[in-house]
Design a protein around this ligand. Structure first.
Ligand code: NAG
Ligand code: NAG
Ligand code: NAG
Ligand code: NAG
Length: 342
């Protein structure tokens, strides 16, 4: 962030510091924002404000990076960003924003990252991103969103990373991602989702990471993951899964990490595992099926064979145990699998 540190002599450093302090003093006087620090580099100005209760009313025209965080801001003026058309990153985490103006981002079409972590947003205005074709990262985690609308996300042609974790989402529209062709990472973790619409993952051309952990999902259906054969990382832990449909993982030839731990699975259907890991390939980053009430009878034979072939990539082996039948209770699933007695 502070690129002058890498750039040349002590003299440069002194000049730069003097300039920074001058600007600080200037801003301090003009808008009484003592808390803002301005650093300049060849790219443009970086402005960081911690603690003020108002948004800076005058920003350097070459501002490329603006942070106003931990400030308890409750609102932003609609024209807040008008003075800095080259803005590329806007960090507003840990405030108390409840709503945003639909015009807020219109003056900053080159914005690449917007971080709104830990605010009090209940919704977003439709059209907010209509001029945000360069936005690649949008973080809305830890807000109060109860629903999201596909309309909000229109215009986000370059969006690669969407983070909606730790909100209060209990359902999603099926077309949510329809216009997000570039999306590679989606985080829906720690919401209140009980099910997902069938076509949810249609839209992105190449989704790679999907976070669904910490919801209330009860079933994984065949059709959900089918549109995303390039998925590499899938988190489904800390849900209430009682069933995973046979074809759920069909076609996922690039899956390197799967977390199904802490669900309510007592068995999985024959054929489910055929698409993952060995003998075809390696689950490079491992898998976790611990803390499930596995019933170690013949219905688990298919999983057991797969476990033996993939044991090197199995996490939490000691916490993956049989919950039944009575005679098997408490035994490590991997031990049972290796005995090959099911
Ligand atoms: C923000 O509010 C919290 C909780 O009321 C308080 O502890 C903190 O000091 C406030 N921060 C600022 C910068 O006013
Ligand atoms: C930024 O947006 C412009 C159009 O507004 C587009 O031409 C350009 O390709 C975009 N750049 C990126 C990196 O998406
Ligand atoms: C299992 O998930 C629940 C939420 O579904 C969570 O409250 C609990 O702490 C998790 N348990 C473990 C052992 O991770
Ligand atoms: C495995 O689990 C058992 C019983 O829960 C415990 O006593 C033991 O210390 C654990 N071993 C390891 C290596 O964690």
């Amino acid at each position: 962030m502070v690129s002058w540190q890498h750039q040349g002599s002590l003299q440069d450093l002194k000049t730069c510091l003097a300039r920074t302090l001058f600007l600080l003093a200037l801003l301090g006087r003009v808008s009484s924002l003592k808390e803002c620090l301005i650093l300049q580099s060849a790219e443009g100005s970086t402005v960081s404000c911690h603690g003020p209760t108002e948004f800076p009313s005058s920003l350097p025209a070459d501002t490329v990076h603006l942070s106003v965080e931990f400030s308890n801001l409750t609102q932003l003026p609609a024209a807040a960003l008008q003075g800095c058309p080259g803005l590329r990153e806007l960090h507003l985490s840990s405030n108390r924003l409840q709503a945003l103006s639909p015009e807020l981002l219109a003056p900053v079409p080159r914005l690449r990252a917007l971080d709104l972590t830990r605010n009090a947003l209940r919704s977003l205005p439709p059209g907010l991103f209509s001029t945000s074709a360069n936005l690649s990262t949008l973080v809305l985690r830890e807000n109060q969103l109860r629903e999201v609308s596909a309309q909000w996300l229109q215009g986000l042609d370059a969006l690669g990373h969407l983070d909606l974790a730790e909100n209060q989402l209990s359902s999603l529209p099926s077309g949510l991602l329809a216009s997000l062709g570039a999306l590679h990472t989606l985080d829906l973790g720690y919401n209140l989702l009980e099910s997902l619409p069938e076509g949810l993952l249609r839209g992105p051309r190449r989704l790679q990471r999907l976070h669904l952990e910490g919801n209330r999902l009860q079933r994984l259906e065949d059709s959900l993951l089918a549109p995303q054969p390039f998925l590499r990382v899938l988190f489904l832990n800390d849900n209430q899964l009682v069933g995973v449909a046979t074809g759920s993982f069909q076609g996922l030839q690039h899956l390197d990490m799967l977390d199904l731990s802490n669900n309510s699975l007592s068995s999985t259907p024959p054929g489910l595992w055929a698409f993952l890991g060995r003998p075809t390939r390696d689950m490079q980053d491992g898998f976790d099926i611990s803390h499930n009430p596995w019933i170690c009878d013949k219905n688990l034979a298919d999983l057991c064979r797969w476990l033996v072939a993939n044991r090197n990539k199995m996490f939490s082996q000691n916490d993956t145990r049989c919950a039944g039948p009575e005679a098997m209770k408490g035994q490590r699933l991997l031990d049972v699998a290796e005995l090959g007695s099911l």
